[in-house]
Design a protein around this ligand. Structure first.
Ligand code: 5RP
Length: 248
């Protein structure tokens, strides 16, 4: 069940993902329980969403899923929709999304998430915020007691390029921790997001009040969006390497 995939953080390094079976089981179950004909569906980014799209295609081919429109959360999601010949739409055409599906880097007991490990977060958050229902799919390693303990790379934050340095310093000064600019493979340069921005990763200490921290981060000029998805998800599906799924 292992798969070779691009390294976390988009650095191009090849790693083996031992969690694919769990991601796949969670994604398939979420699709079966929540995707229905005539819906506008938000398509998340990462590896887990690939299995969700795969299951949607199977249902479309079996004619038990008809007339859906898929709204991508990234360039990767757009490619995935096109390659799988699913109908593609935009928020301009469909500002109200019925259901959004996405993966996560960490999920706590209140279904608060850290996202953006793969470099996408702003469009993901916009689409999740436009969805009547937002469901998370992940392998069970992503379950955490306290956000920040699994991913250990902190909270990804998308910043306007010319502001990255002052934003970095302001976060360190006012919120503590360490903020790093996310670099491409072999430090070829900073990772550039789908929106033409940079990503910084904030490694913090302790267990902050996430709503307060997110509000403070969002108030810093130059911060476009954070990878903190707080009180957004209605349900999370977690798969084990054996293919079992638990729902929270
Ligand atoms: C992309 C994301 C992904 O949803 C998150 O990183 C989970 O990825 P994967 O499905 O590959 O485990 O936020 O930036």
């Amino acid at each position: 069940n292992d798969v070779v995939m691009s390294g976390k953080g988009g650095d191009g390094e090849k790693i083996i993902d031992p969690a694919l079976a769990g991601k796949r089981a969670a994604a398939r179950r979420a699709v079966e329980e929540h995707i229905r004909s005539n819906q506008v569906v938000g398509i998340g980014s990462g590896t887990t969403i690939i299995s969700a799209v795969e299951r949607m295609v199977e249902l479309v081919e079996a004619r038990s899923l008809n007339n859906i429109v898929c709204i991508p959360t990234s360039f990767q999601a757009r490619q995935l929709i096109i390659e799988n010949k699913l109908p593609l739409g935009t928020l301009e055409q469909y500002p109200e999304v019925d259901v959004a599906l996405d993966g996560a880097d960490e999920v706590d007991a209140d279904l608060n998430l850290i996202k953006g490990g793969g470099g996408c977060l702003t469009q993901e958050k916009i689409i999740a915020s436009c969805a009547k229902e937002f469901f998370v799919m992940a392998d069970d390693r992503k379950i955490t007691d306290a956000l920040g303990t699994y991913w250990k790379k902190g909270v990804p934050i998308e910043v306007v390029p010319m502001a990255y340095r002052p934003v970095q310093l302001k976060i360190q000064k006012h919120l503590g921790g360490v903020v790093e600019l996310r670099m491409a493979h072999k430090k070829a340069g900073p990772i550039v997001t789908d929106n033409g921005n940079f990503l910084i990763d904030w490694c913090f200490d302790g267990t902050p009040d996430w709503l307060e921290v997110d509000r403070k981060l969002q108030c810093i000029p130059g911060v476009l969006e954070t990878g903190l998805f707080l009180k957004m998800a209605q349900k999370a599906y977690f798969g084990t390497p054996e293919g079992n799924v638990t729902v929270r």
